[in-house]
Design a protein around this ligand. Structure first.
Ligand code: GRF
Length: 227
């Protein structure tokens, strides 16, 4: 893998965000950026869906948007075509960090290996538990006492890269998959901007060659936010 480490960005850190839907996490980043609380510059948004409300949020904030959902002939874009256009777009924007925030397409190992900046993803579960989809339903079915969300480094293996931060909640007796989704999302809205702040300040560093055996004088990640 030949990706450059997250450079100690002279503030602000340039961030590109990939989205597929509502974009509430994107909105939190926009608000934090505009208030001056978060030293980032959101240099562009890529959406793989033309009906994503995240697009409207970006446009309202004057952030460049690339919608990569269909080809010029009207056909739904194949993943390879999406990846080629997305890579070209990211090359133009030159981000320091790529954030997947509610981005629902699985990209190829080749796309991940060739990324021009470190890439992190927001996942609605306490990784390494519950990789993949339907995390809230699976937590309810398993009868778990705790649940939450993780920000992790994207690697070719699905949801398996270094976990940077986690937000944790206790599952109540009355919780359903729907209530958990809402509760987890509230935590995401705190966890994602905090994680970006820690990355922008160089407090958290992304280790592209992460292994669980890596020795460290500091406590091992993830940092856990308990709510
Ligand atoms: C988040 O809850 C995230 O965990 C999941 O998709 C959701 C996106 O929400 N992967 P939004 O588009 O940021 O509102």
């Amino acid at each position: 893998m030949s990706v450059a480490p997250l450079r100690q960005a002279p503030s602000p850190m340039r961030v590109a965000v990939l989205v597929s839907g509502n974009g509430s996490n994107l909105q939190v980043l926009i608000d934090a950026m505009q208030s001056g609380a978060l030293p980032i510059d959101i240099v562009g948004i890529i959406s793989n869906r033309e009906d994503a409300y995240a697009i409207t949020r970006a446009q309202q904030a004057d952030i460049p948007v690339a919608v990569l959902s269909h080809t010029a002939s009207g056909k739904r874009m194949a993943i390879k075509t999406f990846e080629r256009h997305a890579s070209e777009q990211l090359q133009q924007w030159q981000p320091d960090l790529i954030v997947l925030a509610g981005f629902m397409r699985v990209v190829s190992a080749e796309f991940i290996d060739k990324r021009i900046a470190p890439m992190v993803n927001l996942h609605p579960a306490l990784l390494p538990a519950y990789k993949g989809l339907d995390t809230h339903q699976r937590v309810i079915q398993a009868g778990d006492s705790h649940h939450g969300c993780s920000v992790h480094v994207v690697t070719a293996e699905l949801d398996a890269g270094q976990v940077l931060t986690q937000g944790v909640l206790s599952v109540g007796a009355k919780d359903t998959a729907i209530s958990l989704q809402a509760r987890v999302q509230k935590i995401e809205h705190k966890l994602l901007p905090w994680t970006l702040l820690l990355l922008a300040k160089g407090v958290l560093t992304i280790n592209e060659r992460y292994s669980q055996d890596t020795e460290s004088y500091l406590p091992t990640l993830p940092l856990k936010l308990l709510l």
